[in-house]
Design a protein around this ligand. Structure first.
Ligand SMILES: Cc1cc2nc3c(=O)[nH]c(=O)nc-3n(C[C@H](O)[C@H](O)[C@H](O)COP(=O)(O)OP(=O)(O)OC[C@H]3O[C@@H](n4cnc5c(N)ncnc54)[C@H](O)[C@@H]3O)c2cc1C
Length: 480
């Protein structure tokens, strides 16, 4: 676990009498290296562990559908921690105010790492808080299979360049976590003057009413009833995927009309399940030793059947996902066209004056009222279900570029729509996915109007490869 430490601040004269873990990115108990580190240190120092979760009303772009999915995970976390006699508190306010107040009496404060600017800013404030001069602070990467800071020390150009680095290090990071022994007496926390949820933590309805009222959440866009947050739901989703879809993943995952993807991205986004646990469960279920994984990824082209499905899934879950983390961690411009490679920016600029076939207001785009029935279906799917099919996300992003007079505007609109409506939005994958539509992590292709040398996708390609009428019928059924 120590190797996962990204940064650490030593205390001047440590004298606190508990260990505090501020749970933020890794919203789970199982396979949570930050929690395991906090537990092991608490046990070593014979100090009680206390865990706090902060409901923060300043999370950029979060709305009722995101809060609802996040809150759904909390009662089962509370239940799991209660069974280990670990106090769990839900606080309300700004983490950089609340955590230092509670951390000043802690010997050790543990943080999980966040890859986005707002997450880093909160942690920086905590690290520099004067209140914490006598508290040791440790920040660990809890989400990447190979911790981002160890996988690479720079922004990677493409999946190919990161893949090489990840694969060489993977064998050290595929180990099953050891259970951490913890039997220290429970430690109380003085919450006087700290806004916190005062009722039964396992009562989801009461918790949700409290959050909605305190944060004054607007009812639109509505929460999603077809998807429920939490570790147990993620496990059900994973079991269903392993039993019913994984065997067709390589062949069908891109097909918009079929359902062969895992649908786990919302759970991964909120840290409700770990990628490593997914890998272990899949390899165990298919009775393949997990040690085979690095070889499967590098020799994907020679794989068939079962091995190809495993290799393809691991490529997405580990290489692609961790490329997004690498991107956001290293590139401060991850949410603007400035993040694009020089060749992509140049070629898009060279084609700025190319004629756009149509232009739409943001309102018409948002309602899915363009002259492209596939784009509209994808947009409607995202609005109603909170999750657009993966291949359609690529088409949706590329197509919008052909309607916008400027590349900046297209980039901005895509991020706005993606982050407002996707439950898994506001993720490192969201920024990498949108940037990919404009050439990030890709190479130059043949020149086209508007796109220049940026990879192009069109409706004819969709129709040729997939049963698009079936996709539209599926979305109609989902949005009825
Ligand atoms: C324009 C655009 C926007 C996107 N927005 C988001 C977003 O907001 N949030 C998000 O999580 N993903 C986003 N993606 C990436 C990808 O489309 C989704 O991760 C995937 O569709 C999620 O569905 P799943 O869990 O069923 O995927 P599966 O196919 O089951 O994949 C398993 C996991 O691998 C990871 N993964 C899969 N595809 C990619 C990819 N292309 N890049 C990085 N990681 C990947 C995800 O964590 C996913 O949960 C976007 C892609 C594009 C092109």
């Amino acid at each position: 676990m120590k190797e996962r430490i990204i940064r650490q601040k030593i205390a001047k004269s440590p004298n606190g009498n508990y260990v505090l873990y501020w749970m933020q990115q890794a919203q789970r108990i199982h396979y949570n290296p930050a929690l395991d580190y906090a537990l092991a240190e608490a046990q070593r120092m014979k100090l009680g562990l206390i865990i706090c979760f902060v409901i923060n009303d300043e999370i950029p772009e979060a709305n009722i559908r995101h809060y609802r999915f996040m809150i759904e995970a909390l009662p089962e976390i509370a239940l799991g921690l209660a069974s280990k006699n670990i106090p769990f508190h839900i606080l309300l306010g700004k983490p950089h105010d609340l955590i230092p107040k509670l951390g000043q009496k802690a010997r050790l404060l543990v943080l999980d790492h966040g890859y986005l600017r707002w997450q880093k800013a909160l942690r920086n404030e905590v690290f520099s808080s004067k209140l914490l001069s006598d508290t040791e602070i440790v920040e660990l990467d809890s989400e990447a299979t190979v911790p981002v800071h160890l996988a690479s020390d720079k922004e990677e150009y493409s999946a190919a360049t990161l893949r090489r680095k990840i694969v060489s290090k993977l064998p050290d990071w595929l180990v099953y976590p050891d259970p951490v022994h913890y039997d220290v007496p429970t430690q109380d926390l003085d919450l006087q003057g700290i806004p916190h949820y005062p009722y039964d933590l396992q009562d989801l309805d009461a918790l949700w009413d409290w959050v909605r009222t305190e944060l004054k959440l607007q009812p639109s866009p509505g929460s999603i009833s077809s998807m429920t947050g939490g570790y147990n739901q993620a496990q059900e989703q994973l079991s269903f995927f392993i039993q019913n879809k994984l065997q067709g993943y390589a062949q069908y995952r891109s097909h918009p009309d079929k359902d062969y993807a895992s649908e786990l991205s919302p759970y991964l986004h909120f840290g409700q399940i770990s990628a490593l646990e997914i890998i272990h469960k899949i390899f165990d279920a298919w009775q393949v030793p997990v040690e085979a994984l690095p070889h499967l990824i590098t020799s994907k082209k020679q794989q068939m059947g079962k091995s190809l499905n495993l290799a393809d899934y691991a490529e997405e879950l580990i290489v692609r996902r961790e490329l997004s983390m690498n991107f956001c961690d290293h590139n401060p411009n991850y949410d603007s066209v400035l993040c694009l490679p020089t060749w992509a920016r140049k070629t898009l600029n060279d084609h700025l004056l190319d004629e756009r076939e149509e232009q739409y207001s943001l309102d018409r785009l948002e309602q899915g009222e363009t002259n492209d029935i596939y784009w509209n279906a994808a947009q409607r799917q995202m609005l109603s279900t909170g999750k657009m099919q993966g291949y359609m996300r690529m088409y949706w992003g590329k197509r919008l570029l052909s309607w916008c007079p400027s590349v900046d505007e297209a980039f901005e609109i895509l991020l706005y729509l993606n982050n407002k409506y996707e439950i898994d939005g506001r993720d490192a994958n969201a920024y990498a996915g949108v940037a990919w539509c404009f050439g990030k992590h890709d190479r130059p292709w043949g020149t086209r109007p508007i796109f220049g040398m940026v990879r192009y996708m069109n409706a004819a390609g969709l129709k040729r490869k997939f049963d698009m009428n079936a996709y539209i019928a599926k979305v109609d059924a989902q949005t009825r």
